[in-house]
Design a protein around this ligand. Sequence first.
Ligand code: HEM
Length: 490
Amino acid sequence: MTSEFTSLPDTDPTRVPPPGCPAQGLGPGGLHRLYGPDAQDLGDLYERLREQHGSVAPVLLHDDVPMWVVLGHAENLHLVRSPSLYTRDSRIWSPLTEGMVKPDHPLMPHIAWQPICSHAEGNEHQRLRAAVTAAMSTIDHRSMRRHIGRYTQGLVNSFCERGRADLVSQFAEHLPMAVMCEILGMPEEYNDRMVHAARDALKGTETAIQSHAYVMGALSRLTTRRRARPEDDFTSHLVTHPAGLSDDEVREHLRLVLFAAYEATANLLANALRMVLTEPGFRAQLSGGQMTVPEAIEQSLWDEPPFSTVLGYYAKQDTELGGQRIRKGDGLLFAPAPGNLDPRIRPDLSASMQGNRSHLAFGGGPHECPGQDIGRAIADVGVDALLMRLPDVQLDCPEEELRWRSSIASRHLVSLPVRFEPKPQQDVDGPPRPLAVPSPYPARQAAPARPGQEAPAAAPHPVAPHPAAPRPAARPRGIWRRLLHWWRGE
Ligand code: HEM
């Protein structure tokens, strides 16, 4: 791709500029920027690119650095599953080797090669990844689910008596950090300051460097402590793994795991809660038992993957993808957001994807997310327990007023204000106890279905808003079984 964008015209007739080449200029019919005014609505831009170019489109990153964005579902899978053709090692990326990407490029934190498993390949990738996955395999999922339930109870206790909350800053951004600090072996480091520092470091504000240093300070201390005296936690297993990670490698992988888990899972929680609060059909299906919370989380992973794109993959040789000629050294954006909406696999976007987990949210191939079960568990248990505690929770602003912060890598809600009847605190070590509350939907009138979706069957009784609300006589066994399963960590 680079040569197409940067070389002088040559005489090879197969190298005519493709549609969208800068030779044809910027704007409609020409190249599109994934930043600035062009990119106010990246979702819309990806669909226009799909129409113009098909499943792989040429685009420009900041400073007009050329890149391909992969829009097709099959093409994205091919990209991540073909390590002989594509690597995550940016050191072969032509715009970088040719000096087109300046050291202060805004996407440098995503691009710059680092000695971590995300950027490694072959034997080195296997060595580093083996240590990470082995340390993850020692996590006891039952006790992890109990921790998630306990932290959820504590977070809900912090706002339940007020009747109002912001579910982004008071819940979604806290729960993954609390759980990850526990898993890594530093529960004492979880506090407001750690949450703010991680958020700030990811936002890239003026204080990002200090915030990053604050998080790294905690991870360094933890590495030193566990090197001196290993215990039974993720960090200790990373330190003692036969792959023999150095202290630097341990710290860098703790950073990778903490930030990946925090950012992705906070986005997932916020997205899933927004869906429950703003799409009445969705909530009615949850309440009516036609959909479980894990299924709702999976639907959210299809519709709004927590990482919209992953920067990047780089071609190791000349090849072809989605009808485009890819040259050695070209860069490609792995793109779960448009890939999940590919009309070839989802001709009707309003149709439910229940039971189908083949979305791209966790990547695929050798770099597929090794923490997906942890991310799913935090979202499943957290959302379920929150809805159990606050069955009458409702959005506290018109839906149109919700704001998102978007970048090429992710799109996340700035806040999610909610209101509910004030409730008493509960014991954090007990299961969440539901309280009977009035339904937000008028009696005998089922909530509308999502567009294009079958409406829930007409209810012979008033439709209950959530399992916590009173139900017809035959239903309570299901509620208690669900509670029991939750409490046992099943
Ligand atoms: C909902 C939550 C999550 C989502 C959507 C998510 C998504 C992803 C994606 C898209 C990748 C990149 C795949 C690629 O490069 O092709 C990735 C990699 C990774 N994720 Fe996750 N992730 C989540 C949660 C977590 C959690 C909880 C952890 C750790 C406990 C974690 C640890 C990692 C690591 C270590 C990698 C790098 C793997 C490698 O390069 O070999 N992630 N994740």
